[in-house]
Design a binder for this molecule. Sequence first.
Ligand SMILES: NC(=O)c1ccc[n+]([C@@H]2O[C@H](COP(=O)([O-])OP(=O)(O)OC[C@H]3O[C@@H](n4cnc5c(N)ncnc54)[C@H](O)[C@@H]3O)[C@@H](O)[C@H]2O)c1
Length: 409
Amino acid sequence: MDSSIKVAVIGAGTMGSGIAQVAAQAGHNVVLFDTRLEAVDKALAGLRMTLDKLVEKGKLTAGQADRIHGRITPASDLMDLAGSGLVIEAIIEDLGIKQRLFSELEGIVATDAILATNTSSLSVTAIAGGLKHPERMVGLHFFNPAPLLPLVEVVPGLATDEALAPRMMALMQAWGKTPVVCKDTPGFIVNRVARPFYGEAIRIYEEGIADMPTIDAAMKSAGFKMGPFELMDLIGNDINFTVTKTVWEAFFYDQRYKPSFTQQRQVESGRLGRKSGRGYYSYDANGAVIAPSSRTSAGSLAEDPAGTRGKTAGSLRASGDPAEVSQMIVERILAMLINEAADAVFWQVASATDIDLAMTKGVNYPKGLLAWAGEKGAGHWLGVLERLQAIYGEDRYRPSPQLRRMARM
Ligand SMILES: NC(=O)c1ccc[n+]([C@@H]2O[C@H](COP(=O)([O-])OP(=O)(O)OC[C@H]3O[C@@H](n4cnc5c(N)ncnc54)[C@H](O)[C@@H]3O)[C@@H](O)[C@H]2O)c1
């Protein structure tokens, strides 16, 4: 598929505006449509500012910036998308609304036009379910911010033509992206494998083993750019909670993905994170952290001077000594992440190489989890999980058959 193909992007919000920029930078003419025309205007004004900054930094010439901007045409009617060869949908995450949009589109675009969805958590197969020609539908899951993060998960649905995923892989490479192909399963790769980064951190906090800044500091000492609570505040606690709930429900309520009351209460109280000025931390008008939000830090080690709760989880031998607590936090969260990555391999969601690529290129993990597992040996991580499972007696900590297999190798 060459750059003469016209690309349509539907939804001019956070993701659609970024995807339109990526396609225009790759040389495509782009039509940008949104039910709210002001969203398209805002996206084009935002793109102008972004491109001007790139010119200031010397990354683009003024002429290149003008040409990129000039390739994006606003559309006020779905009919304006008629000549597009590829349509990428980035509208509200609602199955019924997406299905209706694609049904309508089928009557507008040519029969050989490719239909792609940027859904994060819905099934591509379900979105294509109402189409007359579901074989031309595929998932193209970009990450936020789309112009900066290289990863794109290419997700064929059950009815997708077999030739389509390789075509999209090639196109995404031509757009300068790092595509990985993955099965149409809940959360695809990243939103599935990353769940314990948040879920296990909250669990450690809820058990009173450590407070949020301690957990964040521990994970940063392991090489993560942000701690789990800092990152949840950045993503938005409402969005993170919705993804957690959606993945848990989509896995038929598997205990491993169970959401937490801590997360739910944050959302209920409107503490959505940076965007509302308060989440797990409080922020001043400039976005600087003032302090952990009051109450959310209840249950810290400070209220458990003997460190007995730390000891219980000890299991992983935490003594209350800060260095040991930090190590225990990292081991517990990493063990859960590695187990999740191994399980995704076991269920053939994607190859081990692509899973490691996805976590480093989509969410900036310092290392691929499966490569990381190899440093101490899979047997080490299996041991951590077996101890957790023995202590808690919960299915949540069941080791993946793939981790056992890796430990035997
Ligand atoms: N924000 C992220 O980090 C992220 C990352 C990857 C994927 N996604 C997915 O991308 C999609 C869009 O997310 P977003 O964060 O950009 O949302 P957003 O709210 O920023 O933008 C959505 C836009 O779609 C428009 N819209 C809603 N219904 C429409 C319709 N029927 N027709 C045309 N336009 C319509 C809205 O007016 C809005 O401008 C969702 O499916 C989301 O799950 C989001």
